[in-house]
Design a protein around this ligand. Structure first.
Ligand SMILES: C[C@@]1(CC(=O)O)C2=NC(=C\c3[nH]c(c(CCC(=O)O)c3CC(=O)O)Cc3[nH]c(c(CC(=O)O)c3CCC(=O)O)/C=C3\N/C(=C\2)[C@@H](CCC(=O)O)[C@]3(C)CC(=O)O)/[C@H]1CCC(=O)O
Ligand SMILES: NC(=O)c1ccc[n+]([C@@H]2O[C@H](COP(=O)([O-])OP(=O)(O)OC[C@H]3O[C@@H](n4cnc5c(N)ncnc54)[C@H](O)[C@@H]3O)[C@@H](O)[C@H]2O)c1
Length: 206
């Protein structure tokens, strides 16, 4: 398995199956701003509600290849083992990203447990050994990587953008980038201000 971050904002995501696991997958996608298509003859009431609110799309039918062929990412969560296996085989063959929620080896992608702190994202995966352990580790990390990281990451982002466009000497760039990850900048917002003030005065914008 190769870990990678993928921008799915302009991509079609299709979930085959509309039960409780589909709902869990939908909720996760929605927090990333992704509006999936659900293909299922029957759906969990919470999925029906999301469709009524215009947040997702429902196709009330049994899944067929034509429902999946223009998708970028496919999640197979019907309770029909044969359908999941058959669709997974076709989708992998056609080069799709495929999550098979029961037998992960029949797909080629898996969803990790995720901790989000603004621009910081920490993903935990056990390769299907124990989603429970992934969740436990993610929950433990919540304490170390607390809410302070949200503003801290914004500071790091802004500083880095400025450094990239104003410091052309690479060793000097590295000095500034390394300095920004010193703990005091996480702990004390005023230290971030001193850093930026010093950066602007050493490397003026004009
Ligand atoms: C991380 C997370 C992300 C997400 O789904 O969003 C995720 N599962 C989560 C939770 C969870 N899932 C299950 C339990 C019950 C306890 C247990 O079984 O351990 C719990 C724990 C709980 O609910 O606390 C049941 C389960 N899950 C899979 C199977 C089938 C199998 O065994 O392979 C079965 C048994 C079905 C059955 O009983 O028949 C399979 C997969 N689940 C994965 C991801 C992929 C592997 C990731 C990894 O290894 O790290 C993989 C391979 C495919 C996939 O991507 O779906 C999410 C955390 C949500 C969060 O962030 O809070
Ligand atoms: N990855 C995970 O985290 C995880 C966790 C638990 C279970 N699972 C697996 O996920 C699958 C679904 O579990 P669930 O609890 O949501 O089941 P469920 O019974 O609640 O829902 C099954 C859904 O599949 C739909 N369906 C059935 N045949 C279909 C077809 N031919 N085409 C389209 N949709 C069809 C049904 O209408 C229903 O909406 C099971 O295979 C289960 O083993 C995965």
């Amino acid at each position: 398995m190769f870990p990678i971050m993928i921008d799915l904002s302009d991509q079609k995501v299709v979930i085959a199956g509309g039960g409780s696991i589909a709902f869990h997958k939908v909720e996760n996608l929605l927090r990333f701003g992704i509006r999936p298509h659900i293909v299922s003859p029957k759906c969990h009431p919470a999925i029906e509600q999301l469709a009524a609110d215009g947040k997702i799309f429902i196709h009330r039918k049994k899944v067929e290849w034509t429902d999946l062929e223009d998708a970028f990412l496919i999640m197979l969560v019907t309770d029909d083992k044969e359908v999941n296996a058959q669709m997974a085989k076709l989708a992998v063959l056609h080069g799709k990203l495929v999550v098979h929620a029961e037998h992960n080896d029949l797909g080629n992608a898996q969803i990790p447990a995720v901790l989000i702190r603004g621009k910081l994202m920490i993903s935990v995966s056990t390769g299907g050994a124990s989603p429970t352990l992934s969740t436990k580790i993610r929950n433990q990390l919540e304490h170390e990587f607390d809410e302070r990281y949200e503003d801290y990451l914004d500071f790091l982002f802004d500083a880095r953008q400025y450094i990239k466009s104003h410091i052309h000497d690479r060793p000097e760039r590295r000095i500034w980038l390394k300095k920004a990850v010193e703990t005091r900048y996480l702990e004390y917002p005023e230290e971030r201000e001193y850093y930026m003030t010093e950066l602007f005065s050493r490397y003026p914008a004009f």
